[in-house]
Design a protein around this ligand. Structure first.
Ligand code: NDP
Length: 256
């Protein structure tokens, strides 16, 4: 077990990649806070079901990552339940498709509030605890290949993920003296609810897959495996890096 008795918090963990990371962390011996978005009975039920399935201890905590008071309560509840926090995974994320010329302020702020501000405030609240504990820790961001490659129609999403990359690199430097490792995972196309519009459309799916050298979408568990590495002692000397989990997508250059 690579995370035995570590305490981890995973945001947006009631579905997709976050759910897979939380389950895999528990399988590796960690105690896990499974965060879910408020106001969604299915999310709440999924988070509670996930926790019941863990062989380790777990808690399901409702919190909107874009609200500081929610995030601080969530970190406090994690520490109250398990006595500490060692790992925080900033996974919660949303995307809104909108041509730039039609972009509204409201949509822009919503995407940036959840994806970027949320990741900042969770990292800050968790890192403050880690510094108090004095035994280091791990911050992991689930960014995207779109921290680097453009995605027309998704400017707010790309801006949020590009900013996460720079925040991650900055925090890696600022928090190194506290032995807090800070890294990004940049998934490519992973089969999760965020991509349901492609997964349910055979023609769109064929086009998407044709852009992926590995020839298929990734599975959430394949992202979780990299998260386990970054959360474990094996990543002791790894900080400030982006790990692509994209079946070669970012290497694909179509000339003709
Ligand atoms: P999902 O939509 O399944 O997961 C996102 C999770 O974040 C959901 O559980 C969602 O809840 C939750 N969430 C949204 N807003 C908030 C909030 N304000 N507070 C707390 N939780 C919130 O998609 P994925 O698993 O694919 O996405 C996980 C991460 O991976 C995201 O950051 C995404 O950008 C990133 N990613 C995904 C890729 C993919 O191809 N799947 C590719 C690259 C990056 P709810 O469903 O109720 O809104």
């Amino acid at each position: 077990m690579r995370l035995k008795d570590r305490v981890a918090l995973v945001t947006g963990a009631s579905s997709g990649i976050g759910e897979a990371i939380a389950a895999r962390f528990a399988a590796e011996g960690a105690h896990v806070c499974v965060n879910y978005r408020p106001g969604s009975p299915p999310d709440e039920a999924a988070a509670k079901r996930a926790v019941e399935g863990f062989g380790t201890r777990g808690i399901a905590v409702e919190a909107d990552v874009s609200r500081r008071e929610d995030v601080e309560r969530m970190v406090a509840e994690t520490v109250a339940a398990f006595g500490r926090i060692d790992i925080a995974v900033n996974n919660a994320g949303i995307e809104i498709k909108r041509p730039f010329l039609e972009q509204t302020d409201e949509e822009w702020h919503r995407v940036l509030d959840v994806n970027l501000y949320g990741a900042m405030v969770v990292s800050q609240a968790a890192a403050r605890e880690m510094v108090k504990q004095g035994t280091g820790g791990k911050l992991i961001f689930v960014s995207s290949v779109h921290e680097d490659i453009p995605f027309p129609g998704y400017t707010s999403y790309c801006a949020s993920k590009g900013a996460i990359r720079m925040m991650m690199r900055n925090l890696a430097m600022e928090l190194a003296p506290h032995r807090i490792n800070v890294n990004d995972i940049a998934p490519g196309a992973i089969a999760t609810p965020i991509n349901r519009y492609v997964l349910e459309d055979p023609e769109a799916m064929k086009n998407a897959v044709s852009e992926i050298p590995w020839g298929r979408f990734g599975r959430p568990e394949e992202v979780a495996g990299v998260a386990v590495f970054l959360a474990s002692d094996d990543a002791e000397y790894v900080t400030g890096s982006t790990y692509y989990v994209d079946g070669g997508l970012t290497q694909q250059v179509t000339l003709y």
